[in-house]
Design a protein around this ligand. Sequence first.
Ligand code: NAD
Length: 271
Amino acid sequence: MGEIKEAFRNKTAFITGAAHGQGRATALALAKKGVRIAAFDLGKKISYPGYKLGTVEDLESLGAEISKLGGEYIYTAGDVRNDDDIRKAVHKTVQHFGQVDILFNNAGICAYGQAQDLSEEEWDTMLDINLKGAWLTARRIIPLMIEKKQGVIINNSSIAGLRGMNRLSHYAASKWGLTGLTKSWAIELAPHNIRVLSIHPTGVNTPMNDGLAELEGLTPKQVAERSAGNLIDVPWIEAEDVANAVVFLVSAEARFLTGSQFVLDAGLLTR
Ligand SMILES: NC(=O)c1ccc[n+]([C@@H]2O[C@H](COP(=O)([O-])OP(=O)(O)OC[C@H]3O[C@@H](n4cnc5c(N)ncnc54)[C@H](O)[C@@H]3O)[C@@H](O)[C@H]2O)c1
């Protein structure tokens, strides 16, 4: 384990949507390996999707947890749709830590609606946060990685980035978009020794799932089971399962993985 920790030492991860859920679990898992964490999150609720997003208090408590682990941490509250916010956060990260070695494009929202019922505003919000936000963030970090001739970018897609989903066409479109970004960036960035991968979780037990349940008037378990259909008999996987996968994918052990889709679906897509 000592050797693995050594490989992560002095590395910095920029994580969007880090306040709670999968982003937070991944921040903690990487911090345990010695990675310095730059967290970025909206830190407030927005009208669409309307469920509770991460808060500034969450970002602060994440810092407290990481410092208990002996890790280094900074955070910025900002929106992945806002280039100014991203530039400020990336600048702050470089000032504090000198570099960004790992980008986890994880910020995202989800909401239900039949295609014919969606408003343009709902469509745009979904695509702007989940897809355009990943590009806006990456384009400020890729030049830093190119300069250092190293880096790993992980895009958090979903099983919805590899299949159709009822009442989630805008969500699925954004997540298929991330699959396309992943494959294209992998081609563009391989000559610079930068790897790009997407992950595709089934339902994950996070505040997003709780929020969707609230919007639908269901329990979190019901909402997860409705859209899932996992082969392994679980309603969802945990945020830590995703975090463990990310730790492997960004590690030196995964050095020849790029452009591919890492499915974390308890067997769902096998059906
Ligand atoms: N929960 C699931 O079932 C599930 C399954 C597969 C994939 N995913 C994807 O995983 C990622 C993380 O989801 P989660 O389950 O942890 O959800 P979550 O809602 O628990 O966490 C998402 C985080 O993203 C942040 N965020 C949202 N919009 C933002 C914006 N505009 N700018 C900056 N930050 C913003 C939120 O504040 C929140 O902290 C998302 O992209 C999601 O689509 C989720």
